[in-house]
Design a protein around this ligand. Structure first.
Ligand code: RIB
Ligand code: CA
Length: 315
């Protein structure tokens, strides 16, 4: 069992990623924290609890992060996750505890309790991870791996066509809090990034027989997933929008499904047109090797990934 902490912003695709993580049977989820990204962290917290209640999951320690990025105002998202942030699936309202722990504290405490055997999975902006890092600068040494959904690295045209930040060259999680991302990228984590190149690749989109399989299933989570798919395809988007964050869970469970390569990359924080761009240097000459080195996914066994998601939702 892989011990993980999931920092997320549910959000439709984070919700399916949580389902995959809980139902996979391959993860010991030590904590779930929510970060301001698709919605403010308090709304994401409620949505994470809604999803756990849907699954009847055992109680999992949770935390909630600040309601804005480190420095900038919280930007408006051109992509909507619906009135409830879960594709208008209207799951029942969750019970809330009297007090909710602060996400960066939960991250620091969990990592120190599990030091050396904990994978951080961040499927939202890196605000909470950056705040945890400021509390405990040794975090990267104690974390086995940091897997993020973030960036776009030039491996596939899908990343440009499906750019999720509110400009032509960025991905939403990095775009929301580029200063947090810059801190995290420079901190020395063993960082693996699933960028839009893979997470929005054309072959991520579910095939009709796979959607039919969901329709034939009787699990509440399969019906929930179909509600999310109807919400996003009903607005003209591909089903990839529901599956982006599940690539991070799949990469933690089955890294062999993904083709990672080491690249040198840094985060644009000053650009007027390029806020949040992950700038990758692949030049044959004069390459900036001083940029942070990370592992970025450049491909995947997409058939196996889709099969993992659909099978897990239906079982
Ligand atoms: O760019 C896509 C990412 O931003 C996904 O994690 C989505 O949930 C949003 O957080
Ligand atoms: Ca997310």
């Amino acid at each position: 069992m892989k011990r993980v902490l999931i920092d997320c912003d549910p959000g439709i695709d984070d919700a399916l990623a949580l389902i995959l993580a809980v139902k996979s049977g391959g993860m010991a989820i030590e904590a779930i924290t929510t970060v301001t990204g698709n919605l403010t962290a308090d709304r994401c917290y409620r949505n994470a609890r809604k999803v756990l209640a849907l699954l009847g999951a055992d109680p999992i320690p949770m935390g909630q992060g600040p309601l804005k990025p480190l420095i900038r105002p919280f930007p408006s998202d051109p992509f909507s996750h619906g009135a409830d942030g879960l594709g208008n699936t209207n799951l029942p309202e969750p019970d809330l505890p009297a007090s909710i722990p602060y996400a960066p504290n939960v991250i620091v405490e969990t990592v120190n309790r599990c030091a050396g055997d904990i994978t951080l999975i961040a499927t939202g902006p890196l605000t909470n991870v950056a705040l945890a890092l400021m509390q405990d600068p040794d975090l990267p040494k104690k974390v086995s791996q940091l897997i993020i959904i973030g960036g776009a690295f030039g491996f596939d045209r899908s990343a440009a066509l499906n750019a999720t930040g509110d400009n032509p060259v960025s991905e939403w999680n990095i775009y929301v809090d580029p200063e947090a991302a810059k801190l995290v990228f420079h901190a020395g984590f063993a960082l693996s990034a699933l960028g839009l190149d893979v997470a929005t690749h054309h072959d991520i989109n579910l095939l009709e027989p796979e959607i039919d399989h969901l329709k034939a299933a009787t699990t509440p989570e399969a019906k929930f997933a179909l509600g999310i798919i109807a919400f996003t395809t009903g607005r003209g988007f591909g089903t990839y929008t529901a599956l982006i964050d599940s690539t991070a869970i799949a990469a933690a469970l089955y890294p062999e499904l993904f083709d990672f390569t080491t690249i040198h990359v840094d985060i644009e924080t000053q650009g007027e047109l390029t806020r949040g761009e992950t700038v990758t240097d692949i030049r044959s000459n004069f390459r900036w090797t001083h940029l942070p080195a990370i592992n970025a996914a450049r491909g995947a066994d997409f058939d196996a990934f889709r099969n993992l998601v659909v099978t897990t939702l239906c079982q």
